[in-house]
Design a protein. Sequence first.
Length: 80
Amino acid sequence: YGRGDLAQLRFAPGHWLGGDLYVRGDGTLAAFFTVEQLRNDFQKEGFDVLSLEYRRTEIVNRGTGVRMPRVWVQGKFRRR
């Protein structure tokens, strides 16, 4: 997920583990990234970054009219 995604915004305070890491109610983890973080991490591990960008969309609940921002990070990498 990208930082600022609806899933991150909806986590209750007790689910935050530090940084951008959260635990869901079922015990699985959810991590939220920035483009800069992923670029640095992949380059440090020996990958070339071919493309890396935020993918943003807004989902609208037709019944209530509530707008929900969704953010993902999408990238293509190649091992050096």
